[in-house]
Ligand binder design. Structure first.
Ligand SMILES: *[C@@H]1O[C@H](CO)[C@@H](O)[C@H](O)[C@H]1NC(C)=O
Ligand SMILES: *[C@@H]1O[C@H](CO)[C@@H](O)[C@H](O)[C@H]1NC(C)=O
Length: 208
């Protein structure tokens, strides 16, 4: 797993390269309006990398308080060994520790689509929604492929809002525990964020 120093170096390099596409775009006459203010912000050191760890309480469809609902299936789903075509909408609680009664940090909301005919592979489109602490109101958007049988699933961070505006990074999802109707997932997210709005020392749920 890449360490934070490596990621920071990559960020610095991408900073140096950030203006290059503009030059090509200008040559092609395709720039409608340039706004490089955010690049200045990134290059002036406000963009930093953060590691976030939290847990997700996934209460399955048979749980009395389920947070997962299947909204669609395909003609093949019931006979497919990989439940191909099943689409589920989720709104799982995010907690600070693995225990269900530990502090709630927010929700993870979105759509899981079983989209692999051979193995259980899920196309995910999820938003991490923080409802407390320094990130309250900010979101991180995660998309990608989740092959659940793997010990570690790497999921791309595709963007975000609030302090995570322009975010990029990745999440490592592992299964912390599995009980009947309750799966507890651990997420370690490595993402950029804008330190102008929140200092690392203020971030209770972060580890640098
Ligand atoms: C479901 O939620 C209710 C109300 O919060 C709670 O009393 C009950 O214990 C929950 N059921 C389970 C199985 O967790
Ligand atoms: C989070 O933000 C919302 C909307 O601004 C606010 O109503 C709520 O009180 C905040 N929660 C905490 C725990 O700060």
């Amino acid at each position: 797993m890449a360490n934070l120093a490596t990621i920071s170096l990559i960020l610095t390099i991408s900073c140096l390269l950030a203006f290059t596409p503009d030059v090509y775009a200008r040559k092609q006459g395709s720039v409608v309006e340039e706004d490089t203010s955010y690049f200045h912000e990134i290059c002036s050191g406000n963009e930093k990398v953060l590691r976030l760890r939290f847990y997700v309480q996934d209460l399955g469809t048979a749980h009395p308080n389920t947070t997962v609902y299947e909204v669609a299936t395909a003609s093949i789903t019931s006979t497919s060994p990989t439940s191909f075509g099943s689409i589920k909408v989720i709104d799982d609680k995010i907690t600070e520790a693995p225990e269900d009664d530990s502090r709630e940090l927010g929700r993870i909301q979105g759509v899981n689509t079983k989209s692999d005919l051979s193995v259980v592979g899920i196309t995910i489109s999820l938003n991490v929604v923080f409802t407390t602490g320094k990130f309250n109101g900010s979101t991180i958007s995660i998309i990608g492929r989740n092959q659940f049988a793997l010990a570690e699933r790497e999921l791309p961070v595709a963007g975000g809002s609030g302090v995570f505006r322009f975010a990029r990074g990745y999440a490592i999802q592992t299964t912390h525990s599995m009980a009947p109707n309750v799966v507890v997932l651990e997420y370690n997210i490595y993402t950029t964020y804008n330190a102008k709005f929140v200092e690392p020392r203020d971030v209770e749920i972060a580890e640098m």
